[in-house]
Design a protein around this ligand. Sequence first.
Ligand code: NAD
Length: 294
Amino acid sequence: MELKAGQVAVVTGAASGIGLAMARRFAAEGLKVVLADVEEGALEKAAGRLREDGAVVHARVVDVGEREEVFALAEETYGKFGAVHVLCNNAGVGSGAEGRMWEHDPNDWKWAFAVNVWGVFHGIQAFVPRMLAAGEPGHIVNTSSGDGGIAPLPTASVYAVTKAAVVTMTESLYAHLKAEHARVGASVLFPGPHMLRTGLWESHRNRPDRYAKQKPRRTPYRSLDQWEAAMKEAGKDVRFTPVEDVAELVVDGVRADRFWLLPESEHSDRQIRARSQSMLDRADPAYLENFILD
Ligand SMILES: NC(=O)c1ccc[n+]([C@@H]2O[C@H](COP(=O)([O-])OP(=O)(O)OC[C@H]3O[C@@H](n4cnc5c(N)ncnc54)[C@H](O)[C@@H]3O)[C@@H](O)[C@H]2O)c1
């Protein structure tokens, strides 16, 4: 679709990281931006900074895992701006699950599913009918991850399961929109190709009491800085993709109506081939056997 000044973009998880970068990029294109996030302080700061840069911004505290909060976001957005052209269902969390799957705390699964899967579904249900009814061009971008979206990292398996669901949900959404000959498109985003310096490693900062861990963690949470230091000490090269590059990929993809927002990467391509080939060959998933699982 064509992006034009005065259109409206709604971004969830917009107080930090990739969401904030997408909101900033849409604002730079002249779109009005609606920032939705569960973390109030960070949300206010993000909205303030965008306003200082001249953007038209509306911010609302929303827990995307709560259906009525996402519907209230849609109601408020349409009340204030009268339209939505771009919806980025981007809010996501790392689950904090440890150890083997059969030992996981069920609340790790419930929380990650509430945000990463139900959050995207709530966005689709609250906004898409109104976007279709408006009859204007529109686009939905759902944030997945190479972890799960392509193949699971067995060390982050809950997260991987949720991000696989985001790919399948977006493929289904695409098919349903096409069946309706809608002027609304859909894309699935794989941020990368490298690591991103965002708040994802500190997802537990936003974990609500209703999904609190039922047993304490065996090991403390590791920060991104600690992980990076450990990798460097082990002589491994750590590369980061700037969040601005992800935002650029999204804007280009929306303009081109591209479904797979998957950056060029030999590593991703190898994973895709290995997984597809194992399925085509009816062979065991050998690509999952070389992980160091503590
Ligand atoms: N950082 C990476 O390496 C990476 C890689 C692939 C995919 N992703 C995905 O990108 C998206 C953005 O993550 P990020 O890396 O920018 O992390 P981030 O922590 O910087 O940003 C995520 C935002 O989502 C918000 N959020 C968390 N729970 C929420 C809820 N229930 N309702 C509303 N907002 C909520 C957080 O407050 C935060 O502002 C996520 O879906 C994540 O899974 C990240």
